[in-house]
Design a protein around this ligand. Structure first.
Ligand SMILES: *Cc1c(COP(=O)(O)O)cnc(C)c1O
Length: 355
């Protein structure tokens, strides 16, 4: 066995997908499966597809290219607004993309024309989280400009909350999109096919029947992959949180003081560390570090194990009270937040093992 490793339970991911697809389906909402959290790892993507998603989305064009090259034959959207420099690749590999800059949409249109394609565009609207999107008052005019571009099809509107500003999804902020879509239909005599109303955090509105009627799509990553909803600080009811397990190997176990000895400078990351003297403790070092993982996002499966901190390559644990006797060579397990999963899946030093 190779450590550190993340074991990924594919059938639980399939079941989580199935549950969320059914939940949304009952409100007339389709689920776009978001693959960026696992770097579009093929077996995980397959589990999402088996769970019933009909569309996929990723923030990285490289991931989309890999999925398409592996023969995945379904619509995949670029969910991060494109860089101008990647416009050609976006049109080549993605069915559509989420956008907020007319000049980039114009580039996509030109590239699509040159390839004899029509690229689908969902216009992002900023309803308050202050990440990507045009301000609501500018939507009608910008849609008019998109409708004049021959290489793109205006598919609909989208919005994102929670991720940056931490704004919670609400009836009111999803209703802004639905109302704008109505205005567009009246003004331009077209049908707005897609209203992409949010991400995992918006599932709560669906459960409570508080999402604005008319929303047709949610883009869900975290809820499927981990069964959690960080924005609302909860587990998604009906899903499993046992999808991912990190296993690390212990390389040192010793009883040492809890407070460093000698004059303190800065740690390897430039911070001035502070320590409380809690007397001697049984300390273990796991072979995993900040180069691999956002350590603050790890949750020991044995809740008697305490994470003390980490350097680039060493994870320091207080195992004084551990339920099992921890020795050199022992394997210590962790659950993880979305941030920790993202870093682990991106580290080439961590094995990813479907089980
Ligand atoms: C990451 C992302 C999502 C998925 O968010 P989750 O919280 O993982 O469901 C949806 N939309 C956009 C634009 C994203 O960047």
């Amino acid at each position: 066995m190779i450590y550190p490793r993340v074991e990924i339970n594919l059938s639980l991911i399939r079941e989580n997908t199935r549950y969320i697809v059914d939940l949304c389906g009952r409100s007339g909402i389709e689920v776009m499966g978001i693959t960026k959290g696992v770097c579009a790892m093929p077996s995980v993507v397959r589990a999402m597809v088996d769970g019933g998603v009909k569309k996929l989305g990723d923030s990285r064009i490289k991931n989309i290219k890999n999925m398409k090259c592996s023969g995945l034959n379904m619509p995949i959207y670029l969910i991060r607004i494109p860089m101008p420099s990647e416009a050609e690749e976006v049109v080549r590999w993605a069915e559509g993309s989420f956008n907020s800059e007319p000049e980039v949409i114009r580039l996509l249109s030109e590239k699509a024309r040159a390839m004899d394609k029509i690229h689908k565009v969902i216009l992002m609207v900023d309803v308050g989280d202050l990440r990507e999107g045009v301000m609501p008052e500018d939507v009608i005019q910008i849609v008019g400009r998109i409708l004049e571009m021959p290489g793109v099809e205006f598919e609909g509107l989208g919005t994102n909350v929670g991720c940056y500003g931490g704004v919670l999804p609400s009836y009111e902020n999803t209703k802004i999109l639905v109302d704008l879509a109505g205005d567009i239909e009246k003004r331009y005599g077209i049908k707005v096919k897609t209203i992409s109303g949010g991400n995992t955090a918006t599932l709560k509105l669906v459960e409570e029947g508080r999402i604005a009627p008319g929303v047709t799509q949610l883009r869900v990553g975290e809820g499927i992959l981990l069964g959690t909803d960080a924005t609302n600080c909860r587990n998604v009811p009906g899903t499993s949180q046992a999808t991912m397990l990190l296993k690390t190997e212990i390389i040192e176990v010793k009883v040492k003081p809890s407070k460093p000895i000698g004059e303190l400078g800065r740690d390897a990351f430039g911070n001035i560390p502070v320590f409380e003297d809690r007397g001697p403790m049984k300390r273990a070092i796991a072979a995993l570090g900040k180069q691999d993982c956002r350590i603050e996002g790890l949750i020991p499966v044995d809740d008697n194990i305490e994470i003390l901190g980490a350097s680039s390559d060493h994870l320091l644990l207080n195992v004084t009270q551990a339920k099992r006797d921890i020795k050199v060579g022992s394997i210590v397990e962790f659950r993880m937040t979305y941030g920790a999963m993202l870093s682990l899946m991106t580290s080439p030093y961590v094995d990813k093992v479907p089980v």
